[in-house]
Design a protein around this ligand. Structure first.
Ligand SMILES: C[S@@+](CC[C@H](N)C(=O)[O-])C[C@H]1O[C@@H](n2cnc3c(N)ncnc32)[C@H](O)[C@@H]1O
Length: 187
């Protein structure tokens, strides 16, 4: 020990309006004071093995295929050995099964100009044309609020292996109106 204290470097990726004190809160859109909008997730401005933790809740499904291919290795690069990436994404298998089991009773749920567009079938999970649509395509109520990718547990495990994580734990939970996968990956 050299007597110096280590200040953890923790990245909150795609923070939205949720500012975490003591974290670098990153988003492409500033929805709260203190959000860093100058960080390119495909070329993170930190050295190899310098980051202690990264958190990304309901963000990875917003990346294009090209971004996904670059951001996974980039986060793995900056995390130190033993560093942890925690991410949460919609459980796409659950979303597909729920959609197929649901009623096809179309009622317009998006109302142009309304902030809360869950009209029509709204948040009912037994209806195809409501909140289930947003789990496929994003809620589309602002910049960056579009889904461009999807995740299953098997895909999470494959990407963890391919990008050099030592361990991954995946759990299922109900959050943001539907079932999600929460993964804790250790570098
Ligand atoms: C569904 S919101 C989730 C916000 C927050 N993590 C939460 O759980 O409430 C997704 C966020 O990811 C951000 N985002 C999407 N693509 C991004 C990118 N390439 N770089 C940084 N932020 C991005 C969006 O602007 C949006 O704030």
């Amino acid at each position: 020990m050299d007597g110096t204290t280590h200040t953890p470097l923790r990245l909150h990726i795609g923070c939205g309006p949720n500012i975490l004190p003591g974290w670098v809160n990153i988003d492409s859109v500033a929805r709260a004071p203190g959000v860093r909008t100058d960080i390119d997730l495909t070329a993170l401005p930190w050295p190899d093995a310098s980051v202690d933790a990264a958190l990304a809740e309901h963000v990875f499904e917003h990346f294009s295929f090209a971004e996904e291919a670059r951001i996974w290795p980039e986060i793995a690069r900056v995390l130190r050995p033993g560093g942890v990436l925690t991410l949460e994404v919609p459980d796409f298998e659950w979303v597909c099964a729920q959609f197929l089991a649901s009623q096809d009773d179309f009622r317009a749920f998006y109302q142009v100009g309304h902030a809360d567009h869950y009209a029509g079938c709204g948040r009912a999970l037994d209806q195809r044309w409501g909140i289930l649509q947003t789990m496929f395509f994003g809620n589309q109520n602002g910049a960056g609020q579009f889904h461009r990718s999807a995740y299953t547990e098997a895909k999470l495990r494959a990407l963890a292996r391919m990008t050099g994580f030592a361990a991954i734990e995946v759990t299922r939970l109900f959050n943001k109106g539907g079932q999600a996968l929460r993964a804790v990956l250790t570098r």
